[in-house]
Design a protein around this ligand. Structure first.
Ligand SMILES: NC(=O)c1ccc[n+]([C@@H]2O[C@H](COP(=O)([O-])OP(=O)(O)OC[C@H]3O[C@@H](n4cnc5c(N)ncnc54)[C@H](O)[C@@H]3O)[C@@H](O)[C@H]2O)c1
Length: 666
C-alpha cells in the first residue's frame, strides 16, 4: 500500500501486527499509576471507542497491559510503519492545500530526528503531546486528507471530533489542548485525565503542530544569552572567556550550548540522560562530553583562560556541577537551569544523589519518596547557586518553573519582601522589556516544498526586508534589528535545520507583515516553488498568559489573568489563520499558563495577502496594547507608533500616577 493510501485508510479495519518495543528509541518515562480499577476500566472503554467491536477482546487486553506497563494507552500496535518526516507537500493526499500543509507540520512533529519520545507521540518537554494515541493520529490524517476548504476539523486534546461545515475564510483546524475547568488543573489532574484518555498536555508547539526542532529555541536562547551578556558587561565587552553554566540537553534546553557558541562564551550544560547526550553530540550541538567532575573543572579553567568558544556537556547531575564549581572557585558569569521543572514529579527533574535509572523506578514505584528527593535536591542546588551569586554570578530563571518549584521546596529563593523571587526570570529582565514590549517575538516559517533552495531564498528575502526596515527604525529597536539581521545572515552557515525546512527570527508586527507579504509575492511569481506556512512559538508577545514567564514583566496585577491569550486566539481565527490552537500548560506547567498560536498558509494568492496583513497585525498588537495598559514603557511607545501607522487602531492608553498621590492613603 502506498503512503497516500495508508493516510486515506485512517484506522485500519484489520489489526496490524503487534509491534515490538524498540529499545533504541528514546521513550517517555513510565507515567504515574493513578487510576482506580474502575477508572482503568473507563480508560479501556474510552480507548476502544476508536475500534470495531470485533477487535475489542484482543485490544482490551493489550491496552490494559499498556496501561499497566507504561501508565498510558498509546496503542503502539497502530503506529504506522512508514517513516515520519516533513514530506514535500505534494506527497500528501487531499483536496485542500491548507490541509496538506498541516499534515506536513504534523509529520515533522513526530519525526524521529525531531521528536523527544516519537513512539509516545511526544515532541518535547517530556510530556508535550501531538496526540494521546496512534488512533487519534490516524483518524486526524484521514480527516485532513478528505476535507475541503468549506470544512473545519475540530480537535479536542488530540482527539479529532470531526469535520464541521464552515467557510473558506475560517480556520481549517481548531485545536484545544488540556483546557480544564480551572479547579481541575492541578498536576495530578493531568495525570488522571490524561490516563483516562480525555485530555493532553500540548506544551506550546507540540500540540499545535508548530515545532521546528531545536532551531526554534536556539534563536530565542541566543538572544537571551547575548542580552544577558550585555547586562553583565562592565564596559560593553563581549562574552569571550566568560562561563555560562546551565542544565538540560532536551528538546529546548539542547539549544543552550549552540546558543552559547553563537554568543561566543564557554558553556557547560549538565545532562543526566546518556541517550540524549549522545544525540546532541552526534548532531554537533555540543562540542565535548565530560563525565568526571575534576576533569570538568580543569577543562573549564583552561577554556576560560584561553577564551575558547566551546560547549561542554557534563553527563551527570547539575547540582554536583554548581557544588564543584563553588568548591573549586570556578567563577560562573551567567547561570541558569533548564531541567523540566514544569513536570517535576514525572521525569522533568532528576534529583542529585540518585542514579538516573533509580530515579526512573522510584518516580513510579514510590512517588512520595521521589518528590521528597526532588525537593531535597532543589534545596541543595539553590544553596550552591546562592554561593555563586554572592560572588557576582548573574543567575536567571529560564521559564522552566525552577524558582517556583524551588520555592515550593522551601529553598532560599525568595526576595526580602517574601512575595518576589530573589532572581529574575529571563522574561522580566531580558525578553519582556527588550523584545515583547516592542512586539518582537519568535516569528517562523516553513517551506512546504521541503526544498533547501526555497529556504535559502526565503532567508535572502527576509534579510532584505529587515535591512530596508532598519533604515527608518527608531533607536529603541535598532539593537533588535541588528541582532536579527546578523542572525539571518548566519543562519545558513550555522546549519540550524533539523526536520522541516524552517526558519525563525524575532520580528515585530511591521517585520512579520512585510516579510510575509514578500514571501507571498515570491510564491505568486514562482521564485518560491510551493506554499509557505507562517507561525510562531506561543512564547510570544500576545499568545501567552503565564505569570512566571511570558507575562512576568506585567506589574499591574493582571499577570494572573488569561484574557490576552484567549482574545488572541479568537482574534486570529476570524482574521484568517489557517489553524489556531489554545492550550492549558506549556513550559511552566499544567494550570500555570494559557497559551495560543496559529498557523497560516501562504499560497501566493491575493486572499492570502489580505489574511496575513489583517491577522499578523492583530496577533502582535493585541499583546502590545495589553502590555501598554500595564504601563510598560516600551509597549506604550510601540502602540503609539502602531496607531500612527494604522488609523483604524484606537487603543486605550494608561494615565500614569505620581507616587506622591498614593503616599499615606492607607
Ligand atoms: N529554551 C527556552 O527558551 C525555554 C523557554 C521557556 C521554557 N523552557 C523550559 O525549559 C525546560 C526544558 O525544556 P526541554 O524541552 O528541554 O525539556 P526536556 O525534558 O526535553 O529536557 C530537560 C532535560 O533536563 C535533564 N535533567 C533533568 N534533571 C536534571 C538534573 N538534575 N541534572 C541534569 N540534567 C537534568 C533531563 O534529562 C532532560 O533531558 C522546560 O520546563 C521548558 O518549558 C525553555
Amino acid at each position: 500500500m502506498t503512503f497516500q493510501d495508508r493516510i486515506k485508510q485512517g484506522i485500519p479495519s484489520e489489526l496490524p501486527s503487534k509491534k515490538t518495543y524498540e529499545k533504541a528509541i528514546n521513550h517517555a518515562p513510565k507515567r504515574m499509576d493513578i487510576l482506580s480499577n474502575e477508572e482503568k476500566e473507563l480508560a479501556i472503554r474510552n480507548a476502544l471507542r476508536y475500534f470495531d467491536k470485533k477487535h475489542h477482546t484482543v485490544l482490551a487486553k493489550e491496552f490494559a497491559e499498556e496501561l499497566k506497563e507504561y501508565g498510558r494507552i498509546y496503542m503502539y500496535r497502530f503506529r504506522p510503519e512508514y517513516q515520519f518526516y516533513a514530506r514535500p507537500i505534494n506527497e500528501y493526499p487531499g483536496n485542500s492545500v491548507q490541509a496538506k500543509a498541516i499534515m506536513h507540520m504534523i509529520q515533522n512533529n513526530l519525526d524521529e530526528a525531531v521528536a523527544q519520545h516519537p513512539h509516545e507521540l511526544i515532541t518535547y518537554g517530556g510530556n508535550g503531546a501531538v496526540f494521546q494515541n496512534w488512533a487519534q493520529y490516524l483518524l486526524t490524517m484521514k480527516y485532513l486528507s478528505e476535507m475541503n476548504n468549506e470544512q473545519t476539523l475540530v480537535m479536542y486534546s488530540g482527539h479529532p471530533m470531526g469535520l464541521f461545515p464552515s467557510n473558506a475564510n475560517a480556520p481549517r483546524v481548531v485545536v484545544t489542548n488540556g483546557m480544564m475547568i480551572p479547579n481541575y488543573s492541578k498536576q495530578n489532574d493531568w495525570e488522571k485525565y490524561n490516563a483516562l484518555g480525555v485530555t493532553q498536555y500540548g506544551q506550546m508547539t507540540a500540540g499545535s503542530f508548530m515545532y521546528i526542532g531545536p532551531q526554534g529555541i536556539v534563536h530565542g536562547t541566543t538572544i537571551t544569552v547575548l542580552n544577558a551578556g550585555r547586562k553583565i558587561a562592565k564596559n560593553g565587552e563581549p562574552l569571550a572567556g566568560k562561563l555560562f553554566l546551565t542544565s538540560g540537553l532536551g528538546g529546548m534546553s539542547g539549544a543552550q550550548p549552540k546558543a552559547g557558541n553563537i554568543a561566543g562564551c564557554v558553556t557547560v550544560c549538565a545532562e543526566v540522560n546518556p541517550k540524549i547526550t549522545e544525540i546532541r553530540l552526534s548532531q554537533g550541538w555540543i562540542d565535548e562530553k565530560i563525565t568526571d567532575l575534576d576533569e570538568l573543572a580543569a577543562r573549564v579553567k583552561i577554556a576560560k583562560e584561553n577564551k575558547e568558544v566551546v560547549s561542554i556537556a557534563f553527563l551527570g547531575n547539575i547540582v554536583e556541577v554548581w557544588e564543584k564549581f563553588a568548591e573549586e572557585n570556578v567563577y560562573v558569569d551567567l547561570g541558569s537551569d533548564q531541567t523540566s521543572l514544569h513536570n517535576p514529579w514525572a521525569g522533568g527533574y532528576y534529583p542529585a544523589g540518585i542514579s538516573f535509572e533509580e530515579s526512573n523506578v522510584m518516580m513510579v514505584e514510590n512517588p512520595p519518596l521521589f518528590k521528597e528527593k526532588v525537593q531535597e535536591s532543589l534545596r541543595r542546588q539553590v544553596v550552591a547557586i546562592n554561593k555563586h551569586t554572592a560572588k557576582g554570578t548573574y543567575f536567571f530563571d529560564y521559564g522552566n518553573a525552577f524558582l517556583l518549584e524551588a520555592s515550593r521546596a522551601g529553598a532560599d529563593v525568595m526576595a526580602k519582601n517574601g512575595i518576589d523571587f530573589k532572581y529574575p526570570s529571563y522574561v522580566q529582565d531580558i525578553m519582556g522589556p527588550m523584545c515583547f514590549d516592542y512586539g518582537f517575538g519568535p516569528f517562523r516559517w516553513v517551506c512546504t516544498s521541503a526544498n533547501p533552495a526555497d529556504l535559502e531564498k526565503t532567508d535572502a528575502i527576509a534579510c532584505e526586508v529587515l535591512e530596508e526596515i532598519k533604515k527608518n527604525s527608531p533607536k529603541e529597536i535598532q539593537q533588535q534589528m541588528t541582532d536579527n539581521i546578523q542572525w539571518i545572515k548566519g543562519a545558513q552557515e550555522n546549519k540550524l535545520v533539523v526536520g522541516s525546512q524552517a526558519r525563525i527570527l524575532y520580528a515585530d508586527a511591521e517585520g512579520r507583515m512585510k516579510i510575509a507579504e514578500a514571501f507571498n509575492n515570491a510564491i505568486n511569481n514562482g521564485e518560491i516553488s510551493q506554499p509557505i506556512v507562517l507561525g510562531r512559538d506561543h512564547h510570544d508577545v500576545s499568545g501567552t498568559d503565564s505569570p512566571y514567564r511570558e507575562t512576568s514583566n506585567i506589574y499591574d496585577g493582571s499577570k494572573f489573568t488569561a484574557d490576552m491569550a484567549i482574545q488572541n486566539v479568537i482574534g486570529d481565527s476570524f482574521r484568517g489563520a489557517t489553524w489556531v490552537s489554545i492550550h492549558n500548560g506549556g513550559g511552566v506547567g499544567w494550570g500555570e499558563v494559557i497559551n495560543g498560536g496559529f498557523g497560516m498558509v501562504l499560497d501566493g494568492s491575493l486572499e492570502a495577502e489580505k489574511r496575513l496583513k489583517s491577522m499578523l497585525f492583530w496577533d502582535v498588537n493585541n499583546g502590545i496594547a495589553r502590555r501598554n495598559w500595564a504601563r510598560n514603557e516600551g509597549a506604550v511607545f510601540a502602540i503609539k507608533r502602531a496607531m500612527e501607522v494604522e488609523p483604524n487602531l484606537k487603543v486605550t492608553l494608561p494615565n500614569l500616577v505620581d507616587d506622591q498621590i498614593l503616599k499615606d492613603l492607607f
